[in-house]
Design a protein around this ligand. Structure first.
Ligand code: SUG
Length: 448
């Protein structure tokens, strides 16, 4: 049976703004308070989806969330009509209103961890919504994420959904941003690689000093247990705390893997040799020939990797077996990174081509091509069981482009977030979107 890696991209929501909400994420901090352009952000994302579809990849779309999140503000004590809730939050606690307006659900690499059916004990595709417990504005995503994933992957014969882990720092879970799956073929059993930033209960693991480590070992282990992964099918590895302190808040800012290949920075991990040997050995039992490409720090410094998002790229397998790397425009703008990429594709290794995309609106909040997509490996039967409304087609692309142009603003500043009209605009847009994507009622305003 044929199998595919389907990329589900997060559609950028109408309140995309630069709130400066993510301590430890250099771009989010340095672009705080700039005016954003939600329309451009959503169109840039759609362009990438269309380009992948046009290249023959199966592409899906994941809906944004209801923002401002009035229910979250109510749970913090703001009362009255929806307009009064927003007005009171704006007057008394602007940072909470900004957090409740974040369009951060666009970075769907953080929506969930996904294990394909070939790896799991019960032969179903497993999803665990990420609790995103490190940042308040992201911790409010998972209830709607679960409903949206449930509406996309509804067939219980093929899909199993787990609620987010307990909402405490010990189980901080950032989803697929710290998870990579290696395999010979998407439909065969592979090895799932979980990268954590710290341990909550074992002080032998060093922790970063300056910025938070968002993912714990204990969260990664819990996800592996929930998904019914076997010991031979998992590798846990620690991210280098020194790179977290340089702005590598998720492992997908410093490494990306696909098929039998791990592409990573020399300084990405602790105990790199041991970890590579474990991956190699476990993949060999799956008949896979694991390889890695380590980018030396004297060619690309960690700072260049963080600024350019070289590793927050999409590594895609093409029909001829070669790989394509989808990178953001910022890679071309960085002479060292661009020179490295020229050498990489000329070297005759597995990565043969680089394609560049303008994702500046998302990049300015620390979200590159890889952040914007959730990978779901599916066989033909499973793909046929996915809600067809969320699979990208030329017609869906056209409809979504018209929808964005109709509903989105082209400038948003912090002061605009207090406008009660923005809430109405968003709800009108999302109500229409759930019909376009055939999701049913998934948003709080549709179900309460
Ligand atoms: O969680 N930025 C996101 C970026 C997530 C990127 N995802 C991956 N690397 N997979 C975050 O830090 C910034 C929002 C703001 O400041 O307005 C933000 O949430």
């Amino acid at each position: 049976m044929k199998s595919f890696e389907v990329n589900f991209d997060g559609l950028v929501g109408p309140t995309h703004n630069y709130g400066g909400l993510s301590f430890g994420n250099v771009a989010s901090q340095s672009n705080s308070q700039q005016a954003s352009n939600p329309k451009e952000a959503a169109l840039q994302g759609l362009e990438k989806m269309k380009a992948l579809m046009d290249m023959g990849f199966v592409q899906g779309v994941l809906a944004p969330q209801e923002r401002p999140d009035v229910a979250a503000l109510r749970s913090l004590g703001f009362a009255g009509t929806d307009a009064q809730v927003i007005e009171r939050a704006a007057k008394e606690a602007m940072p909470l209103l900004v957090a409740s307006c974040s369009a951060s659900s666009m970075w769907v690499a953080n929506a969930a961890t996904v294990s394909p059916s070939a790896d799991t004990a019960d032969g179903r595709v497993h999803f665990t919504a990420a609790n995103l417990n490190c940042k308040y504005h992201r911790s409010i995503e998972h209830p709607t994420t679960s409903r949206v994933l449930g509406a996309m992957f509804a067939d219980q014969e093929h899909f199993a959904h787990h609620a987010a882990l307990p909402a405490v720092a010990q189980f901080g879970d950032e989803g697929a941003a710290n998870h990579t799956r290696f395999c010979r073929d998407y439909g065969e059993a592979g090895v799932e690689f979980f990268v954590f930033g710290r341990s909550a209960f074992d002080s032998r693991y060093p922790a970063p000093q300056k910025y938070p480590a968002r993912q714990t070992l204990e969260a990664s282990q819990a996800v592996a247990r929930l998904h019914g992964l076997s010991e031979e099918g998992v590798v846990f590895a620690q991210q280098n705390p020194a790179v977290i302190d340089q702005g590598v808040f998720h492992n997908d800012v410093i490494a990306v893997g696909n098929g039998e290949l791990l592409f990573h920075h020399q300084d990405a991990f602790l105990n790199t040799e041991q970890m590579l040997a474990e991956l190699q050995a476990k993949l060999a039992t799956r008949g896979a020939n694991f390889q890695s490409i380590s980018v030396p720090r004297d060619q690309v410094a960690v700072e260049d990797a963080v600024r350019s998002y070289l590793f927050n790229s999409q590594l895609l397998s093409r029909a001829d077996g070669s790989m394509l790397l989808i990178v953001p425009e910022e890679c071309r703008a960085n002479p060292r990174v661009w020179q490295y990429l020229q050498g990489l594709t000329a070297a005759g290794g597995p990565i043969r081509e680089v394609k560049v995309f303008d994702l500046k609106q998302s990049m300015q909040n620390g979200g590159g091509p890889a952040c914007l997509r959730l990978r779901v490996a599916l066989n033909e039967t499973e793909l046929a069981a996915v809600n067809p409304g969320v699979i990208m087609t030329p017609a869906l692309y056209d409809t979504l482009t018209v929808w964005v142009n109709k509903h989105y603003r082209d400038a948003l500043r912090e002061s605009d977030l207090a406008d009660p009209q923005l809430l109405l605009e968003c709800r009108t847009a999302l109500d229409e979107l759930t019909q376009i994507l055939k999701l049913g009622a998934v948003y709080p305003f549709q179900i309460n």
